[in-house]
Design a protein around this ligand. Structure first.
Ligand code: G16
Length: 542
């Protein structure tokens, strides 16, 4: 039976950079998750009788919310839900399912790289029929609905079995439990030269893929070990756990340090890769060489023709504004356009749908292409393997040769986490007020050429997104960017991004923090980070 439940709005259901992310106890409040899911449906039109995809990264509270989402979807008139077995679907796999089966959209339950557990993070996001994150117009509409909601509709059907493949029914809606890996593995096989990869592993190439006890475990096992013949043990931490084994499933030099150290050791594997909670982020490490996500995008763009899917060339490249300009140099050389978008994968959707770009990437360990409408961790790893196999060179050689050709963009991000929101807002406010007076001033031997608050004019739908980060550009091409994260769940996270271009190959092996020392000092001088936040060093450096 379908029930209509009276409810009151919660004032804090504004989706951030990627959906609604809060601590689990917030989602556990009576009506909280139900309100948000109903608000999503209230903001949509024309889904009656259509198909919805539901899945998540397996974190704590995933199963509970899936049960609620299924019953609310049935009560709202969806014709069918395709749900990943065990409630599992990586974010890129969900994007693929939406596209492949022409679903109306999908609900993905994840807080990405944030930790999981009863007191940790949870998240709900909606992806549209192109398989991509809801655009700002839609997230704004969902927020508006959440502030006005008076009731939600829910079926009172009992617990639905989501562990057995096959179909069942709730009210008039069909529930199909699908294999979360199969369609994704087939897609990967259609993009890359699996035969060459099999040969690579057969030749003794050693790799470690760290799933960080998150969603890509089953995907890595199937693709790398079963289909590509990588030896058992290649996949590490492959069992998805609700609390990710107590770690942050965040593939970077801090949280994937064990993998990094292993690859750097003499007896360690030739190649290492890791992915995050929901499988859309990636980290790439070769022996003696960590590849920054910004460089990774540039390198994949430069080598795209080596992978069968991109053999005919790429239409263009897009990167988020804080991402380094390494990809811009490649785009210029190969004669394609490069677009600069705000942080958030949702901004790439229009460019991909319009065929203006083929590859996109972000400094936040995200890389992807037009094969889905999300960034894709394992895709990036397979792309790298394809490049390594085709070139027969090590990651280190590939990267150093790239720098010799294009120059090196030294790049680093400093995060100040859990800063009091008022203090972080005051820092940004002061910085904004200072912008007009900055050009022409000299800081630490650098002259400010231009300073602005980044606004994006979407070339496809004409929408404008303002206040997307403060850019201070120096003469000679160096820059510092300041912005507040849109994915944190407590306080504010200040992100400071530093970039300096070095064309001279003789100066390409300087330590990154050393190469950026003047810029790091200039960022402090310009923004007064210490004064505002009381912090004398960042919490995380990547
Ligand atoms: C999300 C978005 C990305 C964004 C990242 C960091 O990634 O999808 O586009 O770059 O957050 O955002 P922020 O700097 O605002 O914290 P994910 O992997 O967390 O879904």
């Amino acid at each position: 039976m379908i029930r209509t439940v009276a409810t009151k709005p919660f004032s804090d259901q504004k989706p951030g950079t990627s959906g609604l992310r809060k601590k689990v106890p917030v989602f556990e409040q009576a009506h909280y998750s139900e309100n948000f899911i109903q608000s999503i449906f209230d903001a949509l039109d024309g889904y009656r009788g259509k198909t919805l995809v539901i899945g998540g990264d397996g974190r704590y509270y995933n199963r509970e919310v899936i049960q609620k989402a299924l019953r609310i979807a049935a009560a709202n008139g969806f014709g069918k839900v395709m749900v990943g077995q065990g409630g599992i679907l990586s974010t890129p796999a969900a994007s693929n399912i939406i596209r492949k089966y022409k679903a109306f959209g999908g609900i993905i339950l994840s807080a990405s790289h944030n930790p999981g557990g009863p007191h940790e993070d949870f998240g709900i996001k909606y992806n549209a029929e192109n398989g991509g994150p809801a655009p700002e117009k839609l997230t704004d509409a969902i927020f508006a609905k959440s502030k006005a909601i008076k009731e939600y509709r829910i079926s009172d059907a009992g617990e639905i079995d989501i562990d057995t493949l096959g179909t069942s029914r709730i009210e008039d809606m069909t529930v199909e439990v699908i294999d979360p890996v199969k369609d994704y593995a087939e897609l990967m096989e259609s993009l890359f030269d699996f035969e060459a990869l099999r040969k690579l592993f057969k030749s003794g190439f050693r790799m470690a893929f760290d799933s960080m006890h998150a969603v890509t475990g089953p995907y890595g096992k199937e693709i790398l070990e079963n289909r590509l013949g990588a030896p058992e043990g290649t996949c590490r931490n492959f069992k998805p756990l609700p609390d990710f084994g107590g770690h942050h499933p965040d593939p970077n030099l801090v949280h994937a340090k064990a993998l990094y150290d292993d690859v750097m050791s003499a007896s360690g594997p030739d190649f290492g890769a890791a992915s995050d909670g929901d499988g859309d982020r990636n980290m790439i490490v070769g022996k003696g060489m960590f590849v920054t996500p910004s460089d990774s995008l540039a390198l994949l763009a430069a080598n795209a023709k080596l992978a069968p899917a991109y053999a005919k060339g790429i239409a263009g490249v897009a990167r988020s504004m804080p991402t380094s300009a390494a990809a811009d140099r490649v785009a210029e050389k190969i004669g394609v356009d490069c677009y600069e978008t705000p942080t958030g994968w949702k901004f790439f959707g229009n460019l991909l749908d319009a065929g203006k770009v083929t590859l996109c990437g972000e400094e936040s360990f995200g890389t992807g292409s037009n094969h889905v409408r999300e960034k894709d961790g394992l895709w990036a790893v397979l792309f790298w393997l394809n490049v390594i196999a085709a070139r027969g060179e090590s990651v280190k050689d590939i990267v150093t040769k790239h720098w010799a050709t294009y120059g090196r963009n030294y790049y680093s991000r400093h995060d100040y986490e859990e800063v009091e929101s008022e203090k972080a807002d005051a820092l940004m406010r002061d910085l904004r007020a200072k912008l007009p007076s900055l050009p022409g001033t000299r800081v630490r031997g650098l002259t400010v050429a231009k300073a602005d608050d980044f606004a994006y004019h979407d070339p496809v739908d004409g929408s404008v997104s303002e206040h997307q980060g403060i850019r201070v550009m120096f003469e000679g091409g160096a820059r510092v960017v300041f912005r507040l994260s849109g994915t944190g769940t407590s306080g504010a996270t200040l992100r400071v991004y530093m970039e300096h271009y070095e064309p001279d190959a003789a100066k390409h092996c300087i330590d990154t923090q050393e190469a950026l020392a003047d810029l790091i000092a200039a960022a402090e001088d310009i923004a007064g980070i210490r004064k505002h936040t009381g912090r004398d060093k960042p919490s995380v450096i990547t």
